[in-house]
Design a binder for this molecule. Sequence first.
Ligand SMILES: [Zn+2]
Length: 469
Amino acid sequence: MPEWEPVVGLEIHVQLKTRTKMFCRCPNAYATAPNTQTCPVCLAFPGTLPTPNETAVEWTLKLGLALGCDIAERALFHRKHYPYPDLPKGYQISQYDEPLCVDGRFAVPGADGGFEVGIVRAHLEEDAAKTIHVGGATGRIVGAAHSNIDFNRGGTPLVEIVTRPDIHSADQAKRFLQLLRQTIVELGLSDAEMEKGQLRADANVSIREVRESGYRTRTELKNMNSFNHIARGIEAEVRRQTAIWESGGAVVQETLDYEVKSDTVTPRRRKEEADDYRYFPEPDLVPIEPDAAVLERLRSELPELPGERIGVLADSVGFDAALDLVTTGNERKARLLVEHGLDWATAANVAMNQLATIEPLPENGAALVAIIERRDAITRDALMDALARSATAPIDADEVLAQTVVADTSELEPLVDRILAASPGQVAAYKGGKEGLLGYFVGQVMKETEGKADPKVVNELLRAKLSSS
Ligand SMILES: [Zn+2]
């Protein structure tokens, strides 16, 4: 059997968090009560005219710069026609052959030296309204009793990013998207939460034999709302295409949905050709000609990007931990701990685990490090309580460290003896082979000591006692 190589390109849509919509002054706040954030422009009343959102244009340019794109000297909005209930104008204002940003390269660092993904384009458009199918089991139109439309989302700004087919595994797709998402979040353009639909990705997937040149027929994979679903969807589609080619068949170009439950892909509809949309230049908008001074300012505003920081961090914590820290937003916590003297390995570990859902105040850095360095000597409750409190108020390391764990066997032994003597039935059962009962005895000791006993010492004591007599 031949050896196959996946060839994947991604199309990513990002909802910008500008204050107002793309072409009108309605608040960009579609998570409010349905159909309350609308006006004649975004409802497409006859005679209304669009006015572009300057901030949305600037943010798209900023993203383009961060993606290493060339910025067009002249960009155009086009009308993209398709009849759909959630598109009141009958067309979407988008960009076609003269987008704002083209031809970028985005580096994804990795333990293996990383890889680079070409960016075909990043353009600006308006989102459609949201159709909600009611009465069906799946939330899809199939089987629904009726559908509602929420126009709050209609006309909100959306950036579309299209990559070259430079991605060659599900894991690479996931890593690319994690890093892209973090870059967008740090640029302040969007919260880019996938489960809220603020970042949506479709994958164009084909396969070819290793060392084969050119591309085979691709399919488009939709309906994936987490990084893991995207990775699993690509894997499922690669399996399906492999089976088709190896059985002598041919892959057909079509759009597919990834079904998480069954881990399979199902056909949606045949792909429309680009000309079906009857693109033509939007006659109500003038071309955008980005000003050199504006581009200079945007370039100077770019922060140190996550991809660059991962490369540097990897020297301290290894690549995987660096990627995790940066793309989960836990990096700041780890840096705080390191600044106050903790080693990188411990700091990364605590930031990713015990502090994962906690944002400690910067002034607690020194106290946190003092506590973390001696965490084996205090009770688990004292540790977790101190970490939780560090998010809202100053914490006192000495006070926390006074809540020491009882590891002294001379103190614990009489208690263990008493508990065993009080539970003859359980002791007999344990000796009869029910070794799971050890947990019961440990629990009793922890209860009596109000959680202060060192669980490791208690375990050792109990095992010794139960096996000797
Ligand atoms: Zn409006």
